[in-house]
Structure formats: structure tokens, C-alpha cells
Design a protein around this ligand. Structure first.
Ligand code: DGL
Length: 262
């Protein structure tokens, strides 16, 4: 383990920042490299073969260049496909992000749970298996959104995003069936917590929103082992695969725990 440890977070875009924010809170001692594969965004629109062929070698190059102690794939659309490929190809420990179906079904009182993810994530065999294994008698509605990740990026970049556009993606999550209503929604795409305030406001009735980021942060921290006595300001870098310069520093700083990413 290096001192300070380096954690590399990978997502198709800016959604992984919602995972970064939790990990930085748990491990202020670490050095962070955040990689947004914006040149290939959105992953939800690519086939399974395209995502595997893109992500596995790209993560390999990033490991070579940045020598991380831990890699977090902060993207459900990728994690539901590539984790076993990555673990067999590279030695570094990995943490993935997959739909939090188990805790959602365990806590739902009405036994009506919706999973809101990209079209890719809701189609995955991996997601179907989670439902098969952990639904615990819940009726689970899968909702594949084509646009919400892009809307979240747009909102984070300071553009106006209309309530109507968000509501159109959200509406199918709210189901009333057999006298019971959806009471729990799994945020199965790391972009969606970026819009959480809007989602809460636009929900036709109150629900619990399940964001897996705190659990991912605990897992990442456990894998790193206890923090040393290093300073809290080990720094951070942000890389866009399109090689564009990031112009969002002000908006991004809170996710990096106040550091300005280089
Ligand atoms: N942030 C990603 C996820 O968690 C995907 C968004 C996309 O690229 O379509 O699924």
C-alpha cells in the first residue's frame, strides 16, 4: 500500500462523483484520480460487447499510468458486466457499483420496489439475478432511462433542465398495484443522486431513495485498511478521456472534499 494510498475512480462521466464524495468523506487521507470516460458517454447506449471491449483495456492502461492501490468502478452500467473480467486481468483490488436491490427489498414495507437505471443496467443478466436472489417477495419494477444520466450531466454543468424532462423519466417508477404503492426506489446509476433534490420534489408520493454510495465507501475503506497519520490533503486529479480540460472546478470541488482537482 502506498502512502498516501491512491484510489482510482472510473465512470462514463460525472456520475461517479456521487461515489467519490462518500469515499473522500470516509478516507480523507487518500489521493484520488477520477476518470470520466466522456469520449464514450453514455454507456447506457452501448452494447454489452462494446462496453467490455472499451472498459477492460482502458482500465488496464489507467492502472499502468496511475498505479492505484484500489480501483472503484463507479458505474452500474459497466460494473454489471466487467468486474469479473477486470479481476481476472489485473491484480489491484476492485470495488464495483451494482444496483442495491437487496437492501431496498429488505426495507420496503409495501413490497413494491422500483429500480431506476440505464437501459443497459436494467437489461443485464446480473441485475435479473439480483432480483431473483434478493427480491424477498417484493414486486420489482425495472425502469430503464435513456436520458436521465445526460440530464444530470447537463444540470451539473449549470444548464437548465426542465421538470417535465425529469418527470418523464421518473414516472414509470411509481406503481400502484394490488392496493400497494412503490415505497422504495433504487438509484441504479451513479448519475442519478446528482438530481436527488429534483427527484424528491417531482415524485408523485414520498419514497425512500436507495443510493449505494455509502456502502461502497465503507467497502473501499475496509480494503485500504486503517488510515495512517498522513495529512488530509493528499490531492486529486481529474481526467477526461476526451482530453478536454475541465471547466467545472467550482461545481466539482464539493465532491472532492474541497480539493481543487488538477
Ligand atoms: N453512471 C453510469 C451508471 O452508473 C452510467 C451512465 C451512462 O453512461 O449511461 O450506470
Amino acid at each position: 500500500m502506498s502512502v498516501p494510498p491512491t484510489i482510482l475512480l472510473f465512470d462514463s462521466g460525472l456520475g461517479g462523483l456521487t461515489v467519490l464524495r462518500e469515499i473522500v468523506g470516509a478516507r480523507p487521507d487518500a489521493h484520488y484520480v477520477y476518470v470520466a470516460d466522456d469520449a464514450f458517454f453514455p454507456y447506457g447506449h452501448h452494447s454489452e460487447e462494446q462496453i467490455i471491449a472499451r472498459v477492460v483495456p482502458l482500465v488496464g492502461e489507467l492502472i499502468k499510468t496511475n498505479t492505484p492501490d484500489l480501483v472503484v468502478i463507479a458505474c452500474n452500467t459497466a460494473s454489471t458486466l466487467v468486474m469479473s473480467h477486470l479481476r481476472s486481468a489485473y491484480k489491484v483490488p476492485f470495488v464495483g457499483t451494482v444496483p442495491a436491490i437487496k437492501p431496498a427489498c429488505a426495507s420496503s414495507k409495501t413490497k413494491r420496489v422500483s429500480v431506476l437505471g440505464t437501459k443497459g443496467t436494467v437489461k443485464r443478466e446480473y441485475t435479473r439475478k439480483l432480483i431473483h436472489d434478493f427480491a424477498l417477495g417484493c414486486e420489482v419494477t425495472l425502469v430503464g432511462s435513456a436520458e436521465l444520466a445526460s440530464l444530470a450531466e447537463s444540470a451539473l454543468s449549470g444548464n437548465a433542465v426542465s421538470d417535465a424532462d425529469i418527470s418523464a423519466e421518473l414516472a414509470p417508477c411509481f406503481v400502484e398495484h394490488g392496493g400497494a404503492r412503490t415505497d422504495t426506489i433504487v438509484l441504479a446509476c451513479t448519475h442519478y443522486p446528482l438530481l436527488l433534490d429534483r427527484l424528491i420534489k417531482l415524485a408523485p408520493w414520498p419514497v425512500d431513495w436507495i443510493d449505494p454510495a455509502p456502502a461502497i465507501a465503507r467497502r473501499a475503506s475496509d480494503l485500504l485498511g486503517p488510515p495512517g497519520n498522513e495529512s488530509d490533503e493528499a490531492g486529486a486529479e481529474m481526467i477526461f478521456t476526451s482530453r478536454r480540460q475541465h471547466t467545472l472546478s467550482q461545481a466539482l470541488m464539493p465532491f472532492f472534499g474541497g480539493r481543487v482537482p488538477a
